[in-house]
Design a protein around this ligand. Structure first.
Ligand SMILES: Cc1cc2nc3c(=O)[nH]c(=O)nc-3n(C[C@H](O)[C@H](O)[C@H](O)COP(=O)(O)O)c2cc1C
Length: 170
């Protein structure tokens, strides 16, 4: 299997980096072909500014997304959302014509053969975010609003209480 890991953290001591290393180890054990996109290391510019030219880095990322069968996205929750650098990755790389047909009611996903796993670390506990509905809201945003639109079946995993006594919900 071709496995693409998209990593969005600046800190090599982060829990997200620990998750990334574990995924790479696991991929090697399973004899997967693993590629990494490290958005901070690449100095990725997340700002969509109406550019009409597809830059070298956008084309490279799209080629990697086409190559992969499965994507793993690893990131911390910041202000209830993905980090801005990752948001910009979707804005600039998951373009109409590449990831889905267009911005209409009838848009079709163009990455239908792909699957994704999301590894989201949070400061708050899993029990807090399960009980107040926030995990469900995030599942809905990611499964329907982001990946579903591109035809990608996504599984969302939360790692709560990070930095204290980390818990996992799948
Ligand atoms: C700018 C910022 C915003 C944050 N917002 C939230 C939040 O909305 N909810 C939450 O549970 N944790 C929040 N946190 C805590 C991070 O989610 C937590 O520190 C992170 O998941 C730990 O994993 P890491 O070591 O990979 O960074 C925030 C942290 C930062 C730096």
């Amino acid at each position: 299997m071709n496995h693409l890991v998209v990593y969005s953290h600046f800190d090599s001591n982060s829990y997200s980096n620990h998750l990334k290393k574990k995924l790479i180890e696991e991929g090697n054990t399973l004899q997967e072909d693993v590629q990494i996109i490290d958005l901070y290391r690449d100095g990725f510019n997340p700002i969509l500014a109406g550019d009409t030219v597809v830059t070298h880095i956008i084309k490279k990322y799209q080629n990697q997304l086409s190559w992969a069968d499965h994507y793993s996205f690893i990131f911390p929750l910041w202000w209830g959302q993905m980090p801005a650098i990752l948001k910009g990755f979707f804005d600039r790389v998951f373009t109409p014509g590449f990831a889905f047909t267009d911005w209409t009611d009838y848009a079709e996903g163009l990455l239908c053969q792909k699957t994704a796993s999301l590894y989201i670390s949070t400061g708050y506990s899993n029990s807090y975010y399960e009980s107040n509905g926030f995990h469900d809201a995030l599942r809905c945003i990611f499964k329907k609003g982001v990946f579903g639109q591109c035809g990608i079946d996504a599984k969302v995993m939360f790692f709560g209480n990070v930095g204290q006594n980390t818990e996992t919900i799948k």
